[in-house]
Write a protein that binds this ligand. Structure first.
Ligand SMILES: NC(=O)c1ccc[n+]([C@@H]2O[C@H](COP(=O)([O-])OP(=O)(O)OC[C@H]3O[C@@H](n4cnc5c(N)ncnc54)[C@H](O)[C@@H]3O)[C@@H](O)[C@H]2O)c1
Ligand SMILES: O=C(O)C[C@H](O)C(=O)O
Length: 217
C-alpha cells in the first residue's frame, strides 16, 4: 500500500505541474484510499479528483443478471455503492431489467448469489489471470467516465467521490451515484436507503476508513 501511495504522490506532482487544469480519475488500488491520497497531494478541488470502481462493479453486476435472465445486458440497470472491496453494496432495490424491478424477476437467494459474485468479481478475474488485474473492463469504465466529462454529457454514473456530509459521511472518498459532466464530478446523488442498506454501507465505510488509517500510519 505504501508503495502505491508513493507512486501516486510522484505521479500526482507531475500531473499538477504539467496539467494543472485537468480532472484526475484514479484507478490504482486500494482505490478509495488512493483517490483520497491523490486529492490531498494534488490540492485540486474535490470535483476534479474522482475514483473509478462503481462503473466496473455495476457492469459486472449487470452482466451476471443478464446471464441469469438470458436477456441483453443493455437492458439491465443497477447501482453499486460503497468502497471497492468485498463489502461493496449492490443496490437491488434500485436495479431493473427493461424497467421491471429485479426483485420481481429473480428470487432473493439467486440475487444474493449475484451480489456476492459481484463483490468477488475483481478477485475472480485476478485468480483466473494468475498474474495482474482485469484490464479491458476497467479501461472501458474509465472511457465512459472520461467521455462523460470531456463531452459534458452529465451522465449519472457511480464514482468515488469526496463526501462532506452526503449519506452522513464526512472527509472520505466513497463510491456513490454521481453526475459526471464538463466540470468533473458535478453532483453527488443522495438516494434514500433502508436501514439494512445503510448498515451495509456503514460496514463498507468502516473498511475504507481502516485502509485510510493504515495509509496514515
Ligand atoms: N479500481 C478498479 O476498479 C481497478 C480495476 C483493475 C485494476 N485496478 C488497479 O489498478 C492498478 C494497476 O493494475 P494493472 O493490472 O494495470 O497493473 P500492472 O502491473 O499491469 O501495471 C502497472 C503499471 O504501472 C507502472 N508503474 C510502476 N511504477 C511506476 C511509477 N513509479 N511511475 C509510473 N508508472 C509506474 C508499471 O510500469 C506498469 O505499467 C492496480 O493497483 C490494480 O489493483 C483497479
Ligand atoms: O486489482 C484488483 O485486485 C481487482 C480490481 O480491483 C478489479 O476489480 O478488477
Amino acid at each position: 500500500m505504501s508503495t502505491n501511495a508513493g507512486i501516486m504522490n510522484t505521479i500526482t506532482r507531475d500531473i499538477v505541474k504539467y496539467s494543472p487544469d485537468c480532472t484526475i480519475i484514479v484507478l490504482t488500488n486500494p482505490v478509495d484510499a488512493m483517490t483520497y491520497a491523490v486529492f490531498q497531494a494534488s490540492g485540486f478541488p474535490k470535483h476534479r479528483v474522482i475514483g473509478q470502481s462503481g462503473v466496473l462493479d455495476t457492469s459486472r453486476f449487470r452482466t451476471f443478471v443478464a446471464h441469469e435472465l438470458n436477456v441483453s445486458v443493455k437492458d439491465i440497470t443497477g447501482f453499486v455503492l460503497g468502497g471497492h472491496g468485498d463489502d461493496m453494496v449492490p443496490l437491488i432495490r434500485y436495479s431493473y431489467a427493461g424497467g421491471i424491478p429485479l426483485e420481481t424477476l429473480l428470487p432473493k437467494d439467486r440475487l444474493d448469489e449475484i451480489v456476492e459474485r459481484t463483490r468477488q468479481g475483481g478477485g475472480e478475474i485476478v485468480s483466473l489471470l494468475g498474474d495482474g488485474s482485469a484490464y479491458y473492463a476497467p479501461a472501458a469504465s474509465l472511457i465512459q467516465m472520461t467521455e462523460a466529462i470531456l463531452k459534458d454529457q452529465r451522465r449519472i454514473l457511480p464514482a468515488i467521490a469526496y463526501l462532506e456530509g452526503e449519506y452522513g459521511y464526512h472527509d472520505l472518498y466513497l463510491g456513490v451515484p454521481t453526475i459526471l459532466g464538463g466540470n468533473g464530478l458535478e453532483e453527488v446523488i443522495e438516494l434514500q436507503l433502508t436501514a439494512d442498506e445503510k448498515a451495509q454501507l456503514d460496514q463498507s465505510v468502516q473498511s475504507v476508513k481502516h485502509v485510510m488509517k493504515i495509509l496514515d500510519e
